[in-house]
Design a protein around this ligand. Structure first.
Ligand SMILES: C[S@@+](CC[C@H](N)C(=O)[O-])C[C@H]1O[C@@H](n2cnc3c(N)ncnc32)[C@H](O)[C@@H]1O
Length: 239
């Protein structure tokens, strides 16, 4: 059962009875997405190369994806976006989410709904933004050297501890291109130690409202790994 909730900045989120948590910070869903995923991830990499491939763990309400779409359009970025989700939010509830309205993007409502409706199929949302919602579990992911950014937005460690250990984080390391970054709201010590053990360079950045820190982890190559040019565009952008 999913319940619609309004967070402090007026944007909606969902509460999951199954996992006992909300999909975003109750102090502001929109401001959390802005700080954690756009400021620390999208803009950080976008200033190096405006062609970006993004992997989102998990797609959920689509707020991160929709805000990425709107901001990429404004900044002229070219994006291939993959949202992973095992339990897609159904249409009736999607239509109650106030994101197009609160983001002053009523003209883009159709894009937001399309992200939810099409599954397991690439769609071109405009000339420079392609998108796929892959319905699968994080545990099943086998992606290699494809992404510039991972938005790591799994439920918190107290709700799903298995999603914050080395086994699953190694999948994220493999999915990223060299110099790719993983960004997340989580700043837990054991999580940061697991990232370091995998070869990530870990930064603590100021978090969104009511959260002192968040994490950005950059994939650095271990000396035993072959060197691959970091300037190459992801093959996902070429398909
Ligand atoms: C914190 S919410 C994601 C919020 C989302 N980024 C947004 O903007 O709404 C975590 C998501 O992970 C999904 N999820 C939980 N366990 C999963 C698993 N093992 N595999 C795939 N998706 C999972 C949940 O259904 C939920 O949508």
């Amino acid at each position: 059962m999913l319940k619609l909730i309004k967070t402090e900045d007026g944007s909606h989120t969902l509460h999951s009875e199954q996992f006992g948590v909300t999909y975003h910070s109750i102090y502001g869903a929109m401001q959390e997405t802005q700080t954690v995923f756009l400021d620390a991830g999208l803009y950080h990499k976008g200033q190096q190369n405006p062609k970006l491939s993004i992997l989102e763990i998990g797609f959920g309400t689509g707020l991160n994806a929709f805000m990425t779409y709107l901001n990429a359009k404004e900044k002229g970025y070219n994006i291939a976006y993959t949202g992973i989700e095992a339990y897609p939010v159904e249409g009736e509830l999607v239509r109650q989410l106030n994101y197009p309205e609160i983001l002053n993007a009523e003209g883009e409502e159709a894009v937001f709904y399309k992200m939810h409706e099409k599954r397991n199929e690439w769609i071109q949302l405009n000339e420079t933004f392609k998108f796929i919602q892959e319905v699968t579990t994080f545990q099943e992911l086998e992606k290699n050297n494809l992404y510039d950014i991972v938005y790591y937005d799994a439920f918190a460690p107290n709700a799903q501890p298995e999603l914050w250990d080395q086994v699953i984080l190694e999948k994220m390391y493999n999915a990223l291109k060299p110099e790719g970054v993983l960004v997340t709201y989580c700043a837990k010590g054991s999580f940061k130690r697991a990232l370091k053990a995998l070869g990530f360079q870990v930064e603590a950045l100021p978090g969104p409202k009511n959260k002192r820190e968040m994490t950005r982890a950059t994939k650095t190559l271990l000396s035993t790994e072959p060197t691959i040019s970091t300037q190459e565009d992801s093959p996902l952008l070429e398909q």
